[in-house]
Design a protein around this ligand. Structure first.
Ligand code: EPU
Length: 424
């Protein structure tokens, strides 16, 4: 018997008030990895208090880095990297660990990093990370589940990514930042988190141009300096609260600490479904009502609709009138929430990479199980919309990426508590 934490939600909820959005997990993790590029101290602010950050801090400490983490602050000094290794036990729980590969090889000349393997949302290979690093001159072999990479010195490359990859782009940018010469990367990811990485590398002394477009040029330096950085707001956490408020009639929620420019596709979708949303100086205000019109949605690389909000959008679509065809184009297996939403009364048909939601459905509270981080958030939205009690099990997935979600929901007046549940 194991005991795991769960959220107990009594719905339907009518959230009212302000939510302060935390720093972006997916900007903070690469920022932690970038600390490996320099012997000087990197100071970070607005770091989210989430499990993945604590795991990444452990990963870096295991390599010999000094890490002081007291979210929202983190200070990192990698002056003595005596063990350039990322062990399976940590990588297994957090695929973003692959982000240490390029900085370690560029800085230490070698690395031993566990292959991430698949996860609940898909196979998620890292072939482009490896191909780019190999072209830079690293000798790479994969043995016993580990990537072994070494080099006597990396050289600049011209590389075109076969597909847009966020961490792949960030990883090769970090290697290039320590190479004295001009690397050109094409078909790069354009996410705000990539721009944040570019800003960091510029402050550390590398010349970086073109970030925010699909062509990035980096002229690195053989030595980089430290610096202080504030992590950008989490656009996925913001989108989650926007969809949550939109799904709940009579809600009135204002999000603060956000960057509305990063939420273009999300705000556009909310406007199209008829949500009552207003952008103000201090943030975005959204009021829930019963007359939402279903809209189709395709996930796409930025500036398209983020795959990390697909599950939450699906929960919202169960409350909109009409048919919504949701197409997942980034990850092949990111529909594990469908079966759980259906158990709560949603009408969803799944066919390959496409889910068809017919709404509105009267959801009823049930015991459901979270399968991954964003699926957990969609079940929380459904639980808040449902009549009666919902227990969302395996909430450790949610804790990987959402900072204090139950406190934020409680502050909005929602009846959400963290409980312990025995699992056979
Ligand atoms: N891909 C390859 N080969 C590679 C790299 C990627 O085939 O070498 C494929 C992937 O399998 C996927 C597509 O390319 O089909 C895009 O994946 P990407 O590499 O962009 O994903 P990632 O960098 O591993 C980041 C986020 C994810 C987010 C995706 C897509 C971080 C730490 N993680 O992952 O965040 O879903 O980009 O936007 O930045 C989450 O926060 O819940 C999360 C999963």
């Amino acid at each position: 018997m194991v005991t795991l934490e769960a959220f107990q939600i009594n719905g339907p909820a009518r959230p009212r008030g302000n939510v302060a959005i935390s720093g972006a997990k997916n900007a903070a993790l690469p920022a932690l990895a970038a600390s490996l590029l320099t012997a000087e101290t990197i100071s970070l602010g607005n770091v989210p208090d989430v499990y993945d950050i604590r795991t990444f801090a452990r990963l870096l400490r295991g390599m010999g880095a000094e890490v002081q983490l007291e979210a929202p602050r983190c200070s990192l000094t990698a002056s003595n990297l005596n063990n350039p290794e990322a062990p399976y036990d940590l990588v297994r729980t957090m695929r973003a660990s692959i982000l240490v590969l390029c900085p370690l090889v560029a800085r230490c000349g070698r690395a031993r990093v566990s292959l991430p393997g698949g996860c609940a949302i898909g196979v998620r290979p890292v072939d482009m990370h490896l191909e780019g690093l190999e072209l830079m001159g690293a000798r790479i072999k994969v043995e016993h589940g580990y990537i072994l990479a070494e080099t006597d010195g990396l050289k600049p490359i011209d590389y075109t990514f076969r597909l847009k990859t966020v961490t792949g782009t960030e990883n090769l940018m970090m290697a290039a930042a320590l190479i004295d010469g001009e690397t050109r990367l094409a078909n790069c990811a354009e996410e705000p988190e990539v721009i944040f990485m570019a800003e960091m590398l510029r402050t550390m002394g590398a010349e970086v141009q073109g970030d925010g477009t699909d062509n990035i040029m980096i002229h690195g330096k053989s030595r980089l300096s430290g610096g202080s950085f504030s992590i950008i707001p989490d656009r996925i956490e913001a989108g989650t609260y926007l969809f949550l408020a939109a799904a709940l009639p009579d809600s009135e929620v204002t999000l603060t600490g956000i960057e509305t420019d990063h939420l273009g596709a999300v705000i556009q979708k909310l406007s199209r479904i008829g949500a009552d949303i207003e952008t103000k100086d201090e943030g975005v205000r959204i009021n829930g009502h019963r007359n939402l019109a279903a809209q189709h949605m395709d996930t796409a690389p930025y500036p398209g609709f983020p795959t990390d909000l697909q599950a939450q959008y699906m929960a919202l679509m169960t409350q909109a009138s009409g048919t919504s065809v949701i197409h997942e184009s980034i990850f092949e297996n990111r529909f594990q929430h469908v079966a759980e939403l259906s158990r709560m009364g949603a009408d969803i048909k799944l066919s390959g990479a496409q889910a068809t939601v017919i709404g509105p459905s009267r959801l009823s509270g049930a015991n459901v199980t979270a399968s991954d981080l964003r699926a957990s958030a969609s079940l929380v939205i459904a639980g808040l919309a449902a009549e009666g009690t919902t227990v969302v099990r395996r909430i450790y997935h949610l804790d990987r990426g959402y900072s204090s979600m139950e406190q934020k929901l409680q502050a909005l007046g929602c009846d959400v508590t963290r409980i312990k549940v025995d699992h056979a």
